[in-house]
Design a protein around this ligand. Structure first.
Ligand SMILES: Cc1cc2nc3c(=O)[nH]c(=O)nc-3n(C[C@H](O)[C@H](O)[C@H](O)COP(=O)(O)O)c2cc1C
Length: 379
């Protein structure tokens, strides 16, 4: 029940009632976020993701975030992140297996999708998930995408956000209208688009964006609901406050409220010595060739590199691929997450070395205290 004693019906309403949402960054990219042979290279398999989703359900976690994209063919001997499972199909399947967490799928909407097609598919998954579907709208491109998908790209980063804004405006019209929609934009047009099956979430399924640039933040502030941010360095709380304030102000200028989320990498063990052991293990098995290949793979994705070069991450930090590092005993992890919350973060999608074991440990040893500390209760 919410503050007005109304029943909280959709997943979205339940989840957004949280003061601090606790979710999972699902390892749809094989190997996850640890560029080391210490990682599991089968994390993107459905059987693994299903186990994690069911754990999330058991512990009443708030969202499952699924990254997505098309990897370039990688040649390194260590096959880190050479596969990305399809986020949209997974969201539908994992949403059907659960009742608690939102399922948020990454969608590269500029890869020649018709808005009506996206509107229908999203409305369908929203029904399957009882109003629990979200789209992470990605406007960036990998360099080979225009050729693979047979479209022209002007090469203008900011223009992609303008095109994406038109796309999302059209989606919202189609989702919200009981009559056929005509739309005549610079990038997208339709005549008489009609959707017989509306999304459960009205006026729109959850829309998320992780844009870092000015154009990205302008886009999110007008059209999205949650913004995903990164910090300047892996333990820099001050930059979290600065960025979240900046994005909140942009949303507020449009009369809207933002939810700001981040992805911390959690290493939690009973003692500091055990935490150090895990870190040493990852470091000793680090694969610097794969680190370099990760860099090269994203080199053409100007936006991704822009974020990382602007934040001046050191090579060692790149082992954890730009995540915010929350390492320590249960008490220390609790203190750091509360600090992130106080710094302006409304939700986290957590990253682990071993999702299955580490998530269970976190949920047993930290989650109840975290919920209590921030003032959240069980449903
Ligand atoms: C938490 C998070 C998740 C992201 N997930 C994806 C993803 O799954 N696929 C992708 O191509 N880009 C992803 N990105 C990249 C962003 O969509 C965006 O391109 C990047 O942050 C640069 O922003 P900009 O285009 O405003 O410069 C992600 C970024 C963050 C911070």
């Amino acid at each position: 029940m919410n503050g007005d004693d109304l029943p909280l019906v959709t997943r979205r309403e339940r989840v957004e009632a949280r003061k601090f949402m606790v979710g999972i960054f699902m390892p749809t990219m094989n190997g996850g976020w640890t560029v080391s042979r210490a990682t599991n290279l089968n994390t993107n398999k459905f059987s693994y993701l299903k186990t994690i989703a069911l754990q999330a359900e058991q512990y009443e976690l708030d969202y499952l975030f699924l990254a997505g994209g098309y990897t370039p063919k990688l040649t390194a001997e260590f096959r880190f992140r050479d596969k990305i499972s399809d986020a949209i199909g997974l969201a539908s399947a994992l949403g059907a297996l659960t009742t608690q967490p939102m399922v948020i799928a990454t969608w590269h909407i500029l890869y020649r999708h018709a808005p009506l097609f996206v509107a229908k598919l999203a409305a369908g998954i929203d029904e399957i998930t009882d109003g629990g579907f979200g789209i992470n709208v990605v406007c960036g491109l990998t360099p080979n995408a225009p050729a693979m998908f047979d479209f022209e790209d002007s090469g203008d980063h900011d223009e992609r956000y303008l095109a994406a804004a038109e796309f999302i405006r059209m989606l919202k019209l189609i989702w919200g209208s009981n009559d056929p929609v005509d739309f005549s934009g610079k990038y997208y047009q339709t005549r008489g688009a009609f959707l017989d099956t509306k999304p459960v979430q009205q006026p729109s399924p959850l829309l998320v964006n992780a844009g870092f640039s000015d154009a990205g933040q302008t886009f999110a502030a007008e059209l999205c609901d949650w913004s995903f941010i990164v910090s300047d360095s892996p333990t820099d709380y001050e930059s979290v406050t600065r960025r979240s304030n900046q994005i909140r102000a942009r949303y507020a200028a449009n009369g809207r409220k933002a939810k700001i989320c981040m992805h911390p990498y959690i290493i939690c063990r009973e003692t500091e010595a055990e935490v150090q052991e895990v870190r040493d293990h990852i470091w000793q098995h680090a694969d610097m060739k794969a680190v370099a290949q990760q860099f090269r793979a994203f080199k053409g994705a100007d936006s991704m590199m822009q974020s990382h070069s602007q934040t001046r991450r050191e090579l060692e930090d790149y082992l954890f691929i730009g995540t915010f590092q929350v390492f320590g005993t249960p008490e220390q992890v609790l203190e750091k997450l509360v600090r992130l919350h106080q710094a302006g973060v409304d939700g986290i999608h957590m990253v682990f070395l071993d999702w299955h074991k580490d998530l269970a440990f976190f949920c047993e040893r930290v989650l109840p205290q975290l919920r209590a500390e921030v003032g959240d209760v069980s449903y």
